[in-house]
Design a protein around this ligand. Structure first.
Ligand code: SF4
Length: 369
């Protein structure tokens, strides 16, 4: 597998490196008005807790920059300002301490204005993202939102910045269509080395958005294309971050701290055992209780929750710990590859947590010796 970003130029948005082999980062965007500073700060904090590494804020006018300044004071996470058409907002946002701006230089009214923005961005080390969306191409020049036209439009904007000797550029090429987005990003990756922010636009909500985004972003990441991702989802943006994390895990770019192995269940599962609910409880509890220690001990954990004693033990013995369903509310507990004992299914979460505790304590003691 080609690692994403291995061949792109690296830029920095505050403390976050994008491209040039840096780990693929997760970003999101607030869904509350910037004017509501308390709600914005609260949402940024929730996104950060969930794993977002950069959050974008829509800055709609110059007046909104004072709110941006307030948010900046409250938030350490790298922030990006989304600005359309008005170079004065970009200048004010840079002055307010933003880490990255999204603005298309071809749309801000001429070379002098671009030069002003570039000068300010260069002085503060702020990269500029050029965002081309299939639905908002300049139709005079590019009548159809084809991948080729999206790339040509992106290159128009890129050249404007390059003509100003500015190269701290990130590019996004988004469509609501999976195939168009994938092809546009592939084409761009062949003709330029600027880091790519990948995702769909207007991807909708819920399951359809999750699947479409996973296919588009996942396909690109597996080809080594993409340096930062955003799952654009209608609703609470925290969900975007959750889906993005899973995409990075599925593409092998991030190891989950707690990897769950769970069977799909079948006729062998005891009817009294709610395996999906148990697997979800185990994942939530083990992650909540042990994430910090796993990080400090530099390890991940595999936990198996299997439906029966016929095929379950195989997976459970390969995991750090696991349970396999039995009859009448019982389960078999496994740890470190060995069968331990019969337990009550109702106690499975606590029994697994105790097994994890024992494993980590033993490894920590061995590390001290
Ligand atoms: S582990 Fe057992 S219950 Fe689960 S799918 Fe396999 S055979 Fe069925």
């Amino acid at each position: 597998m080609i690692l994403p970003g291995a061949h792109t130029r690296q830029v920095r948005a505050g403390r976050l490196a994008i491209g040039g082999g840096a780990p693929v980062s997760i970003q999101s965007m607030t869904s509350v008005p910037l004017e509501d500073v308390r709600a914005t700060v609260g949402q940024v904090h929730r996104l950060e807790q969930e794993g977002a590494q950069l959050v974008r804020l829509a800055v709609r006018n110059e007046e909104a920059v004072s709110f941006l300044r307030e948010v900046r004071r409250e938030v350490r996470l790298p922030l990006s300002a989304d600005i359309h058409f008005n170079h004065r907002i970009a200048l004010a946002a840079i002055e307010a301490g933003i880490d990255k701006i999204r603005i298309n230089p071809g749309n801000i009214g001429g070379t002098e204005k671009v030069k002003e923005v570039v000068r300010a961005a260069r002085e503060r080390g702020v990269p500029i993202r050029i965002g081309v969306n299939g639905g908002s191409l300049d139709t005079g020049r590019y009548p159809e939102p084809t991948p080729e036209n999206m790339v040509a439009s992106a290159m128009d904007h890129v050249r404007i910045l390059e003509d100003c000797d500015f190269f701290d550029i990130v590019v996004s090429l988004k469509s609501s269509d999976v195939g168009t987005t994938v092809t546009a990003n592939r084409l761009f990756a062949r003709c330029a080395q600027y880091p790519l922010h990948v995702g769909l636009t207007e991807a909708g909500y819920g399951l359809a958005c999750t699947v479409h985004s996973s296919v588009a972003i996942g396909a690109l990441l597996l080809e080594g294309i993409g340096d930062t991702v955003r799952v654009s989802m209608t609703g609470d943006p925290v969900e975007e971050v959750r889906v993005a994390k899973r995409i990075l895990e599925a593409t092998g770019l991030r190891a989950p701290l707690v990897r769950m192995v769970a069977c799909p269940t079948c006729g062998r599962t005891d009817p009294g055992l709610d395996l999906p609910a148990l697997a979800a409880d185990v994942e939530r509890e083990i992650t909540a209780r042990f994430a910090e220690r796993l990080l400090s001990q530099g390890r991940t954990l595999t936990v198996a929750v299997m439906g029966c004693e016929v095929n379950g033990p195989g997976e459970a013995t390969h995991a750090d710990t696991g349970v396999a369903g039995g009859r009448g509310g019982s389960m078999l507990l496994f740890a470190r590859g060995k069968k331990q004992r019969k337990i009550r299914a109702a106690h499975a979460v606590e029994e697994l947590a105790a097994a994890v505790e024992e494993i980590l304590a033993e490894e920590s003691d061995a590390g001290k010796r």
